[in-house]
Design a protein around this ligand. Structure first.
Ligand code: GDP
Length: 486
């Protein structure tokens, strides 16, 4: 009968269980079971349930401890028989009231009934193994869950819908076609007029190479979207850096983490500014150790500044532009250590009410005119007046920061697939290098039989990316950072 565990693999594959909702107290919590024994395990905890349970229909039922039959809760149970489920296995979802103790009791009841607690990402890993989604889409699921900015959310959703997968699968097809062309050529080596000219093969290879190259170019941006652009707050002591840091993260549910590796750690928070992800770094805590070396604390903050994608140079409106700021700007450019755009932020605007449009006309000597435009042009953004007391200029600061870092990048074209992970970048880079090596080999009149091994390598790289061929090692790396229950 349908209620029996799936044939054959019941011995090899166990049934896993996890709480899919976050820990803590809530109105509801969802537990998920997957595996050939899912419905059997469920039946021991939900004995009133019809056998077989109706597929994809939520049924209200009693949930009991299988050891003593004690009632734990009444909950909604939904069954998804294989293969029409997230994992491709028999899946059951159980929603219960969201009390932490209650949820733990239901989970342990399901374990007593024969399920095993899932590892992080194990549900999605099984989905990949059963061909329900490829590895790139699985990564997109993780990105979607982790997305803390609308821009990453958009990119992850597109990737989950298959944008990148289609592109990669298409490229793999093209490599296969090239291979077919070459093999055709190899099969008729002695014909005076071979059916496929070497030129045509080289031309085809060049096209694939440039397509791979264009995809590769999206990696810095994709990774920036996932990791967040580093925006460092710089400026003399009491310039208002910490206050600004708090104001910028205050309205966000920011994740604040100390940046390790310094005796006095800098603070870092993930925030979404103007819809784009940033890692805001406040180095204010570092300045005390710097003594008089540099009033702006450049020495101590240099490391952060060197890795910055944006610098917010803070100076109170009622203070003069000084040698510290001047020295700071010296650090910019090709010779200095700061390669990122610098936006001058005139803090404490409420102390000296000025123009209401947020632009500071009493700007310092070094300011470049019109540089508060948000077109990302000048590398020193002109003064933006902000006040954490009145909130003046904060919205404009967010938008300007986003524009300076992200404007002009591929993100604005939302339908373009992006490489968002190192694994993806490395895979595409490998394929790109191999296709290039293939054309070079042909041009150097290396026999096609030999050159074709490069195409096979390229194909392998793309297949590994998509998870067509995977090793446990690759899967471990991809799923290690998933949350439990996903
Ligand atoms: P940091 O040393 O650069 O981190 O500067 P702080 O954030 O600690 O600020 C220095 C002083 O300026 C504190 O007393 C703040 O309360 C004050 N301050 C910061 N921002 C503002 C502001 O927008 N308006 C006013 N009136 N005071 C501010």
């Amino acid at each position: 009968m349908a209620f029996q565990p799936g044939e054959g693999n019941a011995m090899e594959v166990d049934t896993i269980v996890a709480v899919a909702t976050p820990p803590g107290r809530g109105a509801l919590a969802l537990l998920r079971l997957s595996g050939p024994g899912a419905f059997e395990v469920l039946a021991r905890v939900a004995p009133e349930l019809a056998r077989p349970p109706s597929p994809r229909r939520a049924v209200l039922t009693s949930l009991v401890d299988p050891d003593d039959g004690a009632l734990l809760d009444r909950g909604l149970v939904t069954c998804f028989p294989a293969p029409a489920s997230y994992t491709g296995e028999d899946v059951a979802e159980v929603s219960v009231h969201g009390g932490p103790l209650l949820v733990a009791m239901v989970e342990s009841a399901l374990v007593s009934a024969g399920a095993r607690s899932a590892e992080p990402g194990e549900f999605t890993r099984r989905a990949v193994l059963h061909g329900k989604l490829d590895l790139v889409r699985a990564e997109a699921v993780a990105d979607l869950i982790d997305a803390d900015s609308p821009a990453l959310h958009r990119a992850a959703l597109h990737q989950m819908e298959g944008g990148l997968s289609h592109r990669l699968a298409g490229l793999r097809e093209e490599v296969l076609e090239l291979e077919a062309l070459v093999m055709h050529h190899v099969d008729f080596p002695d014909e005076d007029d071979p059916p496929v000219s070497v030129d045509r093969v080289v031309e085809g290879a060049r096209e694939v190479e440039s397509r791979l190259g264009r995809l590769l170019e999206t990696a810095p941006e994709g990774e920036l979207l996932r990791e967040g652009a580093v925006a460092v707050l710089a400026g003399r002591p009491n310039a208002g850096k910490s206050s600004l840091y708090n104001a910028l993260i205050g309205e966000e549910r920011a994740i604040v983490t100390p940046v390790p590796g310094t005796t006095r750690d800098a603070l870092e928070a993930r925030v979404s500014l103007g819809g784009y992800p940033f890692r805001l770094v406040d180095t204010a805590g570092l300045r005390e150790g710097a003594g008089d070396i540099e009033r702006l604390g450049i020495e101590v903050a240099r490391r952060y500044l060197a890795g910055a994608d944006l610098v917010l140079l803070c100076l109170p409106v009622d203070e003069e532009w000084g040698p510290g700021e001047e020295a700071f700007l010296e650090e910019r450019g090709d010779t200095g250590s700061i390669g990122a755009p610098v936006l001058l932020v005139r803090t404490c605007a409420d102390r000296n009410p000025g123009p209401r449009d947020g632009a500071d006309r009493s700007a310092p000597r070094r300011e470049e005119p019109g540089s508060d435009r948000s077109d990302g042009g000048p590398r020193v953004g002109g003064a933006l007046r902000v006040s954490v007391k009145t909130g003046e200029g904060l919205a404009r600061l967010r938008e300007t920061a986003a524009a300076l870092v992200y404007q002009g990048l591929v993100t604005s074209r939302t339908d373009a697939p992006l490489l968002t992970r190192r694994r993806q970048r490395e895979g595409v880079a490998r394929a790109h290098a191999e296709v290039r090596a293939f054309s070079r080999a042909l041009e150097m009149a290396i026999p096609a039989e030999a050159a074709v091994s490069h195409l096979k390598e390229a194909e392998g790289a793309l297949e590994e990316l998509l998870g067509v061929i995977t090793t446990d090692d690759v899967l471990d790396r991809v799923f290690r950072r998933f949350c439990i229950g996903k």
